[in-house]
Design a protein around this ligand. Sequence first.
Ligand SMILES: Cc1cc2nc3c(=O)[nH]c(=O)nc-3n(C[C@H](O)[C@H](O)[C@H](O)COP(=O)(O)O)c2cc1C
Length: 183
Amino acid sequence: MVTRLIFIIFLVSRLCSAQGSVDESSNILIVYLSRTNNTKVVAEMIHEKVGGDLVALELKNPYPENYKSIVAQVDMVKYDTVFVGFPTWGMQLPPPIKSFLTQYDFKNKTIIPFNTNAGYGIGSSFQKVKYLCDNCNILEGFSVTGGKERDGIYLAIKGNRKVEVKELLMEWLENLKPLTLKN
Ligand SMILES: Cc1cc2nc3c(=O)[nH]c(=O)nc-3n(C[C@H](O)[C@H](O)[C@H](O)COP(=O)(O)O)c2cc1C
């Protein structure tokens, strides 16, 4: 049974371009959920490569009992392409991401999922993204092993592992057509 998680979440944060400010001209949004920063590291690598705006979905209460709401401050109209990053939770799409995807109208937008997990894979998460955005153009997603919290490994995508992940990520990005890369 899946525990209902209560998160009061709000979309904070750091709408920033590679230069550290909002990139007014960009039509790319990279939004991610990350508790122990593995997905965040991947999101930042994507941002470095494709530019656009980077937004963290922040959990107000990381261990809640019920999932409650999300307060978003993003003008989604501006974006054609939305990278959506999340960890696998209980072999599923985390509830805050489900909420994010149902909260906005992504019709005709390009959605690109990316994921980190403890080695058990994406579970049903990518399928759920597809289900929730059935009128979107969904590109092939990216997934890598990140933290293993149960074994006391929190941020795993660092050092040599970060270099490895970056290589895999760049290969994936290069093959993501029709996305135009910055560099
Ligand atoms: C509540 C919870 C449930 C998780 N469930 C799974 C799972 O079903 N399969 C898996 O491979 N990893 C699972 N993980 C591990 C995370 O997916 C993994 O550590 C991921 O890299 C964390 O990303 P983050 O550092 O961006 O938060 C779970 C972690 C948490 C906190």
